[in-house]
Design a protein around this ligand. Structure first.
Ligand SMILES: [Zn+2]
Length: 329
C-alpha cells in the first residue's frame, strides 16, 4: 500500500459509516496523535513489577460475581435490577473456552464476550464465565452499556461515550472492592491490566493516527506532507503499520471508541478516588449521551475543551499507574 491507496481507503471507510463518524476521527486526529504520544512516553518509564505478574485471579463462582455486581449497583443507587434482567433472559451466562476474540486483551483477562443490542435480537448481554472476579467486571461493564442503550441504533456520541462510561464503572467497581477490602489485590491487578491495555492500544493506534492526521491536513498522504507535521517518526514504517492494521481487519473508527473511551474512563476513575459524589456526574452523562452533543456530555464531567481532555487523560494515566504500582511495593 502507498499513501494514495491509504487515502482511498480512508475515503471508502468514511462512506461505510454515517459521515460524521469518519469525520470525527479525521478532524480530531491531531488530538489523538498527542494522546497516544503522551501515553507512550509515560509508558516508557513504567516497569511492571514481577510481584504483580504472580498475582492471579482466584476462583469465584458466578453466583458470587452476580451478587457483587448487584451489590455495587445497589450501593450507588443505580436503578438496575440484575435479577429481573436474568429472569427475562436479557442477561445470560455461558461456559465456552473458545470465545477469546480480542487479541489486544492481556493474558490475565478471562474469556468474557458480549453481544449488544440489535433490532432483531433485542437486548442481549451474554457473559462467558471465567469463574473468577473478571465475571463481575464483565457484568458491570455490559450492564452499563444496557443502561444507556437507546431503542434503536446508537448515534456517534453514544457509541463514543458508552465505552468511557462502561470502563469508568468497572474502575469505580474495582475501587469499591479495594475500599471494602474484598480481593483488593486482584482488583488492583485488574486496574493495572487495564492500563497495560491502554498502552497496547496507544502503540497500535499511534501510527494510524499520524497517517490520518497527514490526510486531514493535506488531503494527500506522502512522505513530504507527513514530515511537514510529524517529526521523529518514520513515514515508511507508519505506512507499513497502516497496511498491517487493515489486513488484520481492524477498524480505526471502532478502535477510537475504545482508545478514547479508555482514556476518559481513567479520568473518571481518578475523580472518583478523591470525590465519590462524582459518580452522580457520570450517571448524568449516562442519561445524556443519546440526546446531547459530545461537548455538552463532556462538560457534565468537567471536561470543557480538547486541551483539558488531553491533560486530564495524561495526568490520570500517570497518577493511577503510580497508585496501582505502589500497592505492589
Ligand atoms: Zn464495551
Amino acid at each position: 500500500m502507498n499513501g494514495k491507496e491509504i487515502a482511498e481507503y480512508i475515503e471508502k471507510n468514511n462512506k461505510k459509516y454515517k459521515n460524521e463518524y469518519g469525520q470525527f476521527v479525521i478532524g480530531n486526529s491531531a488530538l489523538f496523535v498527542n494522546i497516544a504520544n503522551a501515553e507512550l512516553s509515560k509508558a516508557l518509564t513504567f516497569k511492571i513489577k514481577e510481584d504483580m505478574q504472580d498475582i492471579m485471579y482466584s476462583e469465584q463462582q458466578i453466583d458470587n460475581s452476580f451478587h457483587l455486581a448487584n451489590q455495587f449497583f445497589n450501593i450507588h443507587k443505580i436503578k438496575i435490577n440484575l435479577k429481573e434482567l436474568y429472569d427475562k433472559k436479557i442477561l445470560e451466562f455461558f461456559y465456552d473456552d473458545n470465545t477469546r476474540k480480542n487479541e489486544f486483551v492481556s493474558s490475565n483477562f478471562g474469556p468474557t464476550s458480549y453481544q449488544e443490542y440489535t433490532k432483531e435480537k433485542g437486548h442481549s448481554i451474554k457473559i462467558v464465565i471465567s469463574n473468577n472476579l473478571l465475571d463481575a467486571f464483565g457484568i458491570v461493564h455490559e450492564v452499563t452499556h444496557y443502561m444507556n442503550q437507546p431503542e434503536g441504533p446508537r448515534n456517534m456520541v453514544s457509541d463514543m461515550l458508552t465505552e468511557a462510561i462502561s470502563y469508568g464503572m468497572e474502575f469505580i467497581f474495582a475501587q469499591s472492592l479495594i475500599n471494602g477490602n474484598y480481593k483488593a489485590e486482584e482488583a488492583k491487578l485488574f486496574i493495572g491490566n487495564c492500563i497495560l491495555e491502554m498502552i497496547s492500544y496507544a502503540k497500535t493506534m499511534s501510527p494510524i493516527y499520524r497517517i490520518i492526521y497527514t490526510y486531514n491536513k493535506f488531503g494527500e498522504i506522502n512522505e513530504k506532507n507527513y514530515h511537514k507535521i510529524i517529526h521523529n517518526f518514520d513515514y515508511e514504517s507508519d505506512v507499513s503499520e497502516f497496511e498491517k492494521y487493515i489486513q488484520a481487519n481492524r477498524d480505526y473508527i471502532r478502535d477510537t471508541w475504545d482508545f478514547l473511551g479508555r482514556g476518559i474512563s481513567l479520568y473518571i476513575y481518578d475523580k472518583y478516588k478523591t470525590d465519590h459524589e462524582s459518580i452522580d456526574k457520570l450517571l448524568k452523562m449516562n442519561d445524556a449521551i443519546n440526546v446531547m452533543s459530545l461537548d455538552y456530555c463532556l462538560k457534565i464531567i468537567d471536561i470543557n475543551n480538547p486541551d483539558e481532555l488531553l491533560c486530564n487523560i495524561v495526568n490520570s494515566f500517570e497518577k493511577d499507574w503510580n497508585y496501582i504500582m505502589n500497592v505492589f511495593e
